[in-house]
Write a protein that binds this ligand. Structure first.
Ligand SMILES: CC(C)(COP(=O)(O)OP(=O)(O)OC[C@H]1O[C@@H](n2cnc3c(N)ncnc32)[C@H](O)[C@@H]1OP(=O)(O)O)[C@@H](O)C(=O)NCCC(=O)NCCS
Length: 135
């Protein structure tokens, strides 16, 4: 069973680094830099199977109108089981009224299935109605 967590208090950052490296998706951050970048995010989602990290996604946002989706990754042995789609849908729930942008070269089809479209500078989606949120 896959578990999705937004709470970062018990994350094993050494394990995240090692799994990213094993999966050839390590962009060079140290475990401490992974921790800092996740903790400094607007929202995060980490997927676990049997307490092992199998996916990540996080959002940068101003909380009002503009957000950026980064670090979307599913560990290769667990791909095509809906894990990344679920992580993104859990994150997008936190962004009513905002414009979300992301950069990708390889996963355009994946994001189109989630309702993103190719804009001039990024793949993009407005969540709900522009600027309609609790602010
Ligand atoms: C892209 C990625 C995050 C998808 O993760 P995932 O957990 O396998 O995605 P899901 O299972 O939620 O996929 C949902 C649907 O998207 C589509 N999809 C997923 N990966 C795809 C791919 N590589 N190419 C085309 N379509 C894809 C499929 O239609 C899939 O549904 P299906 O399996 O029923 O056909 C994963 O392949 C990955 O980590 N890639 C390397 C990192 C990366 O490219 N991240 C995105 C850069 S921003």
């Amino acid at each position: 069973m896959v578990t999705y967590k937004s709470d970062l208090s018990n994350v094993n950052w050494d394990e995240m680094k090692a799994t990213l490296k094993e999966d050839a998706f390590d962009n060079g951050r140290s475990p401490q830099q992974l921790k800092d970048s996740f903790e400094n995010s607007y929202a995060t989602c980490i997927a676990y199977i049997d307490n092992c990290i199998v996916g990540t996604a996080r959002l940068l946002s101003d909380g009002i109108c503009n957000a950026y989706l980064v670090d979307v990754w599913t560990f290769t042995p667990h791909r095509r089981q809906g894990i990344a789609s679920k992580m993104i849908s859990l994150l997008l729930e936190k962004l009513p009224g905002q414009h979300v942008c992301l950069l990708t070269e390889d996963a355009v089809d994946f994001y189109e299935k989630l309702g993103f479209s190719e804009g001039d500078t990024c793949m993009e989606k407005v969540i709900g109605k522009w600027l309609v949120n609790h602010s």
